[in-house]
Structure formats: structure tokens, C-alpha cells
Design a protein. Sequence first.
Length: 270
Amino acid sequence: MREVVARTILNDSKLGDYSLNCYVGCSHACVYCYARFMQRFHPHEEPWGGFVDVKVNAVECLVKQLRRAKPGHVFTSSACDAYQPLEREWHLTRKCAEMLMEYGFQVNILTKSALVLEDIPMYAAGKRCRIGVTITTPDEEVARIWEPGASPVAKRTEVIRAAKAAGIETSVMFGPLLPGLSDDDASLDRLFALAAETGVDNIWTDCMNLRPKVWESVRALLVKRYPSLMPLYRGVLFNESERERYVEDLHKRIRAAASRHGVLGKLDGA
């Protein structure tokens, strides 16, 4: 862990009006993490997933920016998980989120951590929020391999239930769906059954994408744990025509699974 001083904390974003990241790096160490390119701008000897920089002045930065910033939607976790373990010690996400809601901003949380459960009363009181979780696979063992530092899938599901019970809008991101591991019909059925059972309000999906530095990490895991899947991943990620067929077929099967479980209307892009 390294303490750093940030110049800004509330930044323009394509994922909403703003993004807010109180940390750089993430100890969840997800193999497929798209944010690992950030290490180019924040050099560390440790690999991505092995370090976290804490923006110790995050709250002070936000206080200054809120004097001029126009209220809008703020997405957390665009470059880290806002509720990774260090949040338990620093409470930076909590403090910033509470302040944002007081100033009329909508706070959108997306996390793989059950730590957010501790802050649900605060979000329920602030009202201007949505709480979501990312679930890549319904299989706990597969999740531990690909997301070693994240909360178990069952605990993430608990977050949705608790937020719903508190009257908070909820969401789930099923993705990236892992080729050969969580993109089959049986896995999709388990995921959308979970969505139906929890009553989640919004559902997004994502397929495995090629982002800077991602293939090196994914390839290393495939060599170690899933060598037989290497041709499939190479095709999905590097062969344009094969990827196009794969994505089209996956989207059809996603819609079919959502329809079977009565949640097609909650599926983004449906």
C-alpha cells in the first residue's frame, strides 16, 4: 500500500457524467481486469493486483471540486473496486459518496465486495444511488481462480438482496463471461435464475474483451489451469470473424436465458 496525493478525484467519464476512484490498483487481482493499463501511469514493481495506491486527500479534493461541479451521475470503480479491502480502513468511498449525494449527485456503485453491505444504511438515507455487483461466473471455484481477492459469489448476491430490502435501486453485471467456463447455457441459466430470484432491477452483460495488458494475464492462467481452452480464447480475442460469430451467438443465448427466467425486460439493450 502506498499513500499518494491526487490533483482531482471527480473526473469526466464515458461511463456516466463522472467517475470517482479513491484508489489506484486493486487487491481483488482479477485476471481479466481491464484497468491494468493504469500501471503505465502509476509504475510499481509489483504486478497489477499486487499493489494499491490510496488517494489520501480524496475527500479534500472532492470538497474543492463540488464548489463548481454540476450535479450528475458518478460511477465508482471505473479503475479500481471502490470497496476493496483497504476501504474498511480508509472509508474514502463512503465519505465521498455521502458528500456527493448531499450535493445532489447520483452515485452508482459496482463492486465485487460484500464490504458495501456496511454502507447500505448510508446509501438508503441518501437515496440518490444505485448499488450493483459484478458476477463473472456462478461457480464459486472458478470465481476464486479468476477473482482471488473478491468476495464469494454468494456474498455478492447478498448485496443485491440487502440493497433491495433497503429500497435502493440495484444492478448486476454478468461479465466478462468466460469462454468455455461461464458462457454455456447451463451457466447462463444459473446466472439469470439468480437475477430473477433476487429481483435485481437492471442487468448488464459483457463478453471477454481484449484490452491492453489483459492477454498476458489471461494467457498465463490458461497455460496453468486451462490449457485446452487456449485455442478458444485465441479465436475469441484475436480472430475477427470468429469473434463476430461468437458474440452474435452469445447475445442470442443471453436473451434466451433472460427470457426463460422472466427478466428480459431488465436486460440492457433488450
